[in-house]
Design a protein around this ligand. Structure first.
Ligand code: GTP
Ligand code: MG
Length: 431
């Protein structure tokens, strides 16, 4: 075949072989496409940031929803959640020193409060400017958002005084004593006495005041959702709704893998991990071949201390600070140099509510903007994006999410899917 004339048969064979090559190439490309668009995603973030709730939304939106088995186990979990909430509340009544029946709006309390305010301002007047400055900085000792703000609220002090006068923890009503002794469990049903006790304490004005101070101790975010609907949840024929399941809290231990087909071109392998500190050492074995990380930060917790700190009495950090540090270490991890980072700034519903009464600058003094949702969320988003050291090789995409709201999450997922598909195709040079 050195420059000789090519016969029509040979021509046909060459054309056929060209065709086959073309077809193979197309099939290979298709194969690559299919393989490359199976995105391996890790759901990361601190405990209670909402990872498993996002996974539940994947099941609802792209999977077959909750199975009968799921519903059964969540029914028991929800009842367990009720006991946990009731227990957290009655325990906090003692740690915060709030007497049962305490009503901040009671005229007698208002009068006492005015009296103590007058006394405080008289004593402040008598102090030198230097002494005054020291008292003020003691009550709000927070320079880097990393130290706890000490409560010098006159109402909290009045409650504590009345608590001591009433006899402290010995003055707890029988319902509270019963709850204190209750064992936390996942159960299909609760004893009648426990049901009655939970109902009684939730109606107590002191407990309601304690609930409003939930940033000072650990309480499940779904506490009010469940407690305000006790009759329905405790009915013998109760079956959890989708929303109840989204609100239910089961702490994740270990790592679980889940598969979802998003479209004909896109499928996900999602890994849900436990976010509590003791769980984080189980993350690393899953770091190989990760295409994207969805990292959750509960921004509503900007005034909240960390669970584990409360348990061990170690140095107290704000949980958002811990989340930002955790994000920084993941984002700048050598194995994730080119891994797309999608950050869900989660629990914006609670965040918005909180901003009505709580100042971000009290906990993050370098925040100088207006105490609005727009300014505060932008501030936290900036804290996230500025952590990325690999600005040349990857992007950090920020979304504000309400993980328990399926329609909001559906919209968020649509844009996340587009971004993940594009960045994955780009990473294999296909766009
Ligand atoms: N109101 C509100 N509650 C939320 C939101 N996201 C999650 N929650 C609730 O927060 C609690 C904790 O959520 P999970 O999804 O269990 O948190 P996690 O990150 O999986 O926690 P670990 O498994 O311990 O790592 C649950 O009761 C959820 O219903 C949100 O955006 N708004
Ligand atoms: Mg979880």
């Amino acid at each position: 075949m050195c420059g000789g004339k090519v016969s029509p048969e040979e021509e046909a064979i060459a054309a056929e072989s060209k065709n086959i090559d073309k077809q193979l190439k197309a099939e290979e490309l298709e194969l690559i496409k299919v393989n490359k668009t199976t995105t391996k995603i890790l759901l990361l973030g601190a405990g209670e940031s909402g990872k498993s709730t996002i996974l539940k939304q994947f099941k609802l939106i792209y999977g077959s929803g909750f199975t009968d088995e799921d519903v059964k186990s969540y029914k028991a979990a929800i009842r367990g959640n009720l006991v946990i909430c009731a227990k957290s509340l009655v325990e906090a009544m003692d740690t915060l020193k709030i007497p049962y029946g305490f009503n901040p709006k009671d005229p007698a309390n208002t009068a006492l409060l005015n009296e103590s305010n007058e006394l405080t301002s008289a004593s402040n007047e008598a102090k030198s400017p230097h002494q005054r400055k020291r008292t003020e900085s003691n009550s709000k000792e927070s320079s880097d958002g990393n130290k706890i703000v000490k409560s010098d609220d006159p109402l909290a002090q009045l409650a504590a005084k009345l608590y001591d006068i009433a006899g402290g923890s010995t003055s707890s009503p029988p319902a509270a004593t019963l709850i204190k002794g209750a064992i936390i469990f996942h159960a299909d049903s609760l004893a009648d006495s426990e049901i009655a006790a939970i109902k009684t304490i939730w109606k107590d004005s002191g407990i309601q005041y304690c609930y409003r101070r939930a940033n000072e101790y650990q309480l499940l975010d779904s506490c009010a959702y469940f407690m305000n609907d006790l009759d329905r949840l405790l009915d013998q024929k109760y079956t959890p709704t989708q929303q109840d399941i989204l609100q239910a809290r089961i702490t994740t231990t270990g790592v679980s893998e889940h598969h979802f087909i998003i479209s004909k071109d896109q499928s996900y392998r999602i890994f849900d991990v436990g976010g509590q500190r003791s769980e984080r050492r189980k993350w690393a074995p899953h770091f190989e071949d990760v295409n994207a990380i969805i990292f959750l930060i509960a921004i509503s917790a900007f005034d909240q201390t960390c669970t584990e700190d409360n348990e061990t009495n170690r140095t107290i950090h704000f949980s958002v600070v811990e989340s930002l540090n955790l994000f920084q270490s993941i984002c700048n991890h050598a194995m994730f140099r080119t891994t797309s980072m999608v950050v869900f700034m989660n629990k914006i519903d609670i965040f918005k509510d909180k901003l009505e009464t709580v100042k971000v600058s009290s906990y993050f003094p370098d925040f100088t903007g207006a105490n609005t949702y727009e300014a505060a969320s932008e501030y936290f988003a900036h804290r996230v994006t500025e952590s990325n050291k690999y600005t040349e090789s990857k992007n950090v995409y920020i979304y504000y999410t309400w993980a328990t709201d399926t329609s909001q999450i559906r919209t968020v997922f649509l844009t996340v899917n587009v971004i993940l598909l594009q960045s994955q195709l780009a990473s294999v040079g296909m766009i």
